[in-house]
Write a protein that binds this ligand. Structure first.
Ligand SMILES: Cc1cc2nc3c(=O)[nH]c(=O)nc-3n(C[C@H](O)[C@H](O)[C@H](O)COP(=O)(O)OP(=O)(O)OC[C@H]3O[C@@H](n4cnc5c(N)ncnc54)[C@H](O)[C@@H]3O)c2cc1C
Ligand code: FES
Length: 354
């Protein structure tokens, strides 16, 4: 039996949505926060955890590019979604967003994603951030202070005082939670660039805290060194790495024509509590097959970089076309990336349980 060539329309893929810009807040001379309205019908689709991000479609020529932006809002406090964008010298999307987005505009986005989320809001939390790396950390701090019970210590590095995003909001939080929230600012121009030794000394009192780290690559390396020297267990450390997507997660999904049986495997998939049995064409990626059938599987980058689509192969064999995120321990546990997996065996069972 021959199946039809399938192209999924945007409407069938409920991850892709258009949100209205309610407000653009100028944070510093090089950063803005964009406040997005979530209509009632999309509230459950846009439910998120502190530390997660949105993937945004940015027009370019006749097409577009896609970039991830962390939510600076907190699901425990803020009614609307807020992303915060800092200009990168020579960068396309960050400058386009800072220069062009205004109230009333509509942005095409993917629903929230990401695994940089606090393990528990009730643990003591160490936040280490620089520049726009403060964005997911602000969300985590607000949620931990409002929804949790532990202490939160935020080491926040910037080039200068005037580059410091969220300074006023952080001051308000320190006033509201004087016993639980501390921010230590570090400015390159007056204090010098952070060093491993300096951080090691400062972090000793917080070495048992759960640590969340986000910032430019150089800062992340120094912070990691400081934490190790302070005697922190690396299993307490969670990192978010900022990089630009190279692919297009908004692209339509095309399933090549195939003969069911001859050109396909059979896959049983459990996702969101529902079970499905499908033909899986040999050349097609599992995520594309699921989305083409209107099955709501999680994803973000569609290029093997973020692990939002990770799922467990319970039986049978698959092969990944790319993998920039799963480590050996994940593979040993049977994880695969649905956006990169093609079938190897004839019968496969997969569970989305992450
Ligand atoms: C999960 C995730 C969350 C993110 N959250 C945020 C956020 O909250 N706020 C935010 O501003 N950005 C965030 N980013 C980064 C963002 O997605 C873009 O990478 C960034 O805005 C640069 O895109 P661009 O198109 O302006 O630059 P591009 O045109 O992609 O890059 C231009 C040049 O700048 C370099 N470059 C790219 N990104 C950086 C960078 N971050 N630092 C230094 N050089 C860079 C590139 O190597 C290239 O040479 C996040 C990224 C990820 C993956
Ligand atoms: S969607 Fe990002 S790795 Fe699959």
């Amino acid at each position: 039996m021959s199946s039809e060539v399938g192209v999924v329309t945007r409407a069938a893929n409920t991850h892709v949505q258009v949100l209205e810009v309610l407000e653009v807040i100028v944070e510093t001379s090089s950063a803005v926060s964009i406040v997005l309205a979530v209509p009632d019908r999309l509230v459950s689709r846009f439910r998120y955890q502190p530390g997660q991000f949105l993937t945004v479609q940015i027009p370019r020529g006749d097409g577009h590019v896609a970039r991830c932006y962390s939510l600076s809002s907190s699901p425990h406090l803020d009614e609307q979604l807020i992303i915060t964008v800092k200009r990168i010298d020579g960068g396309y999307a960050s400058n386009w967003l800072c220069d062009n987005v205004k109230r009333g505009d509509r942005l095409t986005v993917l629903s929230p994603s990401g695994k940089f989320i606090p393990r528990s809001l009730h643990q003591d939390i160490l936040l280490l951030g620089a520049g726009s790396g403060a964005t997911p950390l602000l969300s985590i701090a607000k949620s931990a202070l409002i929804g949790g019970s532990g202490a939160v210590y935020f080491y926040y590095a910037n080039r200068t005082v005037s580059d410091t995003i969220f300074a006023a909001e952080l001051e308000d939080m320190m006033i509201e939670f004087p016993d639980r929230f501390t921010v230590e600012y570090r400015y390159d121009d007056t204090d010098g660039v952070p060093t491993v030794d300096d951080l090691a000394e400062r972090l000793v009192p917080y070495r048992k805290f759960d640590a969340y780290l986000c910032g430019p690559q150089g800062f992340m390396e120094v912070a990691r060194g400081g934490m190790t020297s302070a005697g922190m267990d690396s299993t307490h450390l969670h990192t978010e790495i900022y990089q630009s997507l190279s692919g297009d997660p908004f692209a339509d999904i095309v399933i090549p024509e195939f003969d069911e049986g001859a050109d396909s495997a059979s896959v049983q998939v459990e996702v969101g509590g529902a079970a499905h049995e499908l033909a899986w064409p040999r050349e097609a990626r599992l995520l594309d097959v699921l989305l083409s059938k209107g099955i709501d599987a999680p994803y973000s980058c569609r290029e093997g970089a973020c692990s939002a689509c990770a799922c467990t192969v319970v039986s049978g064999d698959v092969r990944m076309l790319a993998n920039d995120t799963l480590v050996d321990a994940d593979l040993a546990a049977g994880l695969t990336l649905a956006c990169q997996a093609v079938p190897v065996s004839d019968e496969i069972r997969v569970v989305f349980d992450q």
